[in-house]
Design a protein around this ligand. Structure first.
Ligand SMILES: NC(=O)c1ccc[n+]([C@@H]2O[C@H](COP(=O)([O-])OP(=O)(O)OC[C@H]3O[C@@H](n4cnc5c(N)ncnc54)[C@H](O)[C@@H]3O)[C@@H](O)[C@H]2O)c1
Length: 254
């Protein structure tokens, strides 16, 4: 039987690239994103009968339970849960609207926890059958080196990092490995949607890394490949920066 993955945020950016990569390796992928409209272009682009789009607003507890029950009915064992859904809203903490704050925490924290809570029985079923069970969450460089105008987002990603460590310890007895990636700026719609960075006062993308370029989604997916491999069998509870050295040292603008 091919391996099975659930990927949230599969309609765009890093989640879509992860889906593409696993489909190319023969995996079955359940791709969750906020709506059918969001998923339709990605489904056409991925063009695989092993890609199963599943619309769900991950902030909605009953919708998350229902979507996971539907997947469990099809695929009781899930080998990889990749939680890439997320939102970024820019603004000074003291000026940000309550709606924007709630959206960021609702998707990035509550939605992530709901996803893990409802999907974990399927990952446990995989390890109970002697198969791999891996969970990969998306934290951010913003959790390690927060920056102004990203306050709500940085708070949410710090929560993702904490969740990763605790979930890893709680899941160890089931043989499930839980890790997070902490990218710097990645060239995806999340960043494009911020428009002209200059209009957001002090906020800028994390920028070119010392390596001299902004990451592409495949740079992040390559590290996911490692976390899904046998080579990562003793790696759990970690938050792995994938930032081209952006946080390693301050590089003054030239
Ligand atoms: N792009 C970056 O620079 C960067 C850097 C560090 C971390 N990250 C993190 O990586 C992850 C993927 O980001 P990306 O750059 O691919 O962003 P993206 O905007 O391209 O994709 C995020 C996806 O999440 C989905 N989503 C948002 N709210 C949802 C909801 N309520 N229910 C279901 N799906 C929802 C969106 O529809 C979108 O398809 C995010 O968690 C993000 O915070 C991104």
């Amino acid at each position: 039987m091919p391996n099975t993955a659930i990927i949230t945020g599969a309609a765009s950016g890093i989640g879509k690239e992860a889906a593409r990569d696993l489909l190319a390796k023969g995996w079955i992928v359940y791709g969750i994103d906020v709506s059918d409209a969001a998923l339709a272009p990605a489904t056409r682009e991925l063009a695989s009968d092993r890609f199963h789009p599943r619309p769900c607003d991950l902030r909605d507890a009953s919708a998350v339970a229902a979507v996971m029950q539907g997947i469990a009915a099809d695929a009781p064992k899930v080998n990889a849960l990749i939680c890439s859904a997320g939102v970024l809203k820019i603004g000074h903490l003291m000026e940000m609207s309550v709606d924007d704050f709630d959206l960021v925490q609702g998707v990035n924290v509550r939605g992530l926890w709901l996803t893990c809570r409802e999907a974990m029985p399927m990952v446990r079923a995989a390890t109970a059958a002697g198969e791999i069970g891996r969970v990969i969450l998306m934290s951010s460089i913003a959790a390690i080196r927060p920056k102004i105008d990203s306050g709500a987002y940085s708070m949410s990603k710090a929560a993702v990092s904490q969740l990763t460590q605790i979930l890893a310890a709680e899941s160890a007895k089931y043989g499930i490995l839980v890790n997070a990636l902490a990218p710097g700026t990645v060239d995806t719609p999340m960043i494009h949607q911020q428009g002209d960075p200059g209009q957001h006062k002090g906020w800028r993308p994390s920028g070119n890394s010392p390596l001299g370029r902004v990451a592409e989604p495949i740079d992040i997916v390559r590290v996911m490949r490692f976390l899904l491999s046998e080579d990562a069998g003793y790696v759990t509870g970690t938050i792995i920066p994938v930032d081209g050295g952006t946080r390693a040292a301050f590089v003054p603008p030239t």
